[in-house]
Design a protein around this ligand. Structure first.
Ligand code: SAM
Length: 254
């Protein structure tokens, strides 16, 4: 794995404060999510989106729209485009089994895969962000995001062990890929869990946490006791200016 560009421990107090704010917001979530992002990972996403403050967000892997709602809370003015095959195939699925979703009317939704969307030709306001929560091989998503001119990219499910797809932990075992990543990446950050936890598809991996003070108000973010915790190695990648293949000529500077 390439070196992390952040001292999380030094930031623990600020993260704890933000976690309290997130726990308050989480009470207003439009539904209880299933088969998607857990409340703790949603907080890590919220923290980063607040920090990046994107004007445009593309989300690949929407499911019922929980992560959409999280990002809308973090960046209320951002335009959000959501991609998921369920938007193309939804009429074939049992909506009673899917349940309610967060698909507000101003959300642009499509069933087209990210690789086939024409974002490279779109005038993207800076900063623009992509969230990949679609269980596709990460290096290809990274290449596609760069090719389409996205500098800020968040990946969910960057597991070190068994996963449904190839993650950066797997790809980094290839020295050529690692060297390429080191050349093009400005920031590579994996959000640590709030507290020590087991994680992975079978909860097989111990992950040391920030261990912020426990508080009943944060209980809704504590998934450490679950048979499979909510921790999924959410990872932020910022691409170096020089590595962006498509100059974003229409975008104002950040
Ligand atoms: C883990 S769920 C997403 C969870 C969601 N982000 C949340 O917060 O609840 C993964 C989603 O990826 C979608 N998916 C599968 N292949 C995809 C693709 N090629 N492009 C976009 N989404 C895809 C699935 O339909 C599924 O809804």
């Amino acid at each position: 794995m390439i070196a992390q560009s952040r001292d999380w421990i030094a930031e623990a107090a600020a993260i704890a404060e933000s976690a309290h704010e997130w726990a308050e917001r989480f009470r207003t979530a439009p539904f209880v999510n299933n088969n998607g992002m857990a409340p703790d990972t949603a907080f890590y996403l919220y923290y980063w989106v607040r920090e990046i403050s994107p004007k445009l967000i593309v989300e690949s892997g929407t499911w019922r729209g929980f992560s959409t709602w999280v990002m809308r809370e973090a960046a209320p003015a951002a335009k959000i485009i959501s991609l998921d095959p369920i938007f193309a195939l939804g009429h074939c699925l049992d909506s009673a089994k899917i349940g309610s979703g967060y698909w507000p009317t101003d959300l642009e939704r499509t069933g087209t895969d990210f690789s086939c969307c024409d974002f490279e030709f779109l005038a993207k306001p800076a900063p623009s962000l992509v969230l990949f929560d679609d269980h596709q091989n990460k290096i290809h998503r990274l290449q596609q995001a760069i090719q389409k001119g996205f500098q800020h990219i968040i990946f969910d499910d960057n597991l070190p062990g068994q996963a449904t797809h190839q993650t950066f932990f797997h790809y980094m075992q290839n020295p050529d890929i690692k060297a390429w990543m080191e050349k093009i990446v400005e920031r590579f950050e994996i959000f640590p869990p709030l507290w020590d936890t087991m994680a992975g598809m079978r909860n097989e991996t111990f992950v040391p946490g920030l261990n912020i003070p426990r508080d009943p108000a944060l209980a809704c973010l504590d998934t450490t006791h679950q048979p499979r915790s909510g921790y999924t190695w959410l990872t932020y990648v910022k691409i170096k200016d020089a590595a962006l293949r498509v100059p974003n000529v229409n975008a104002p500077t950040e």
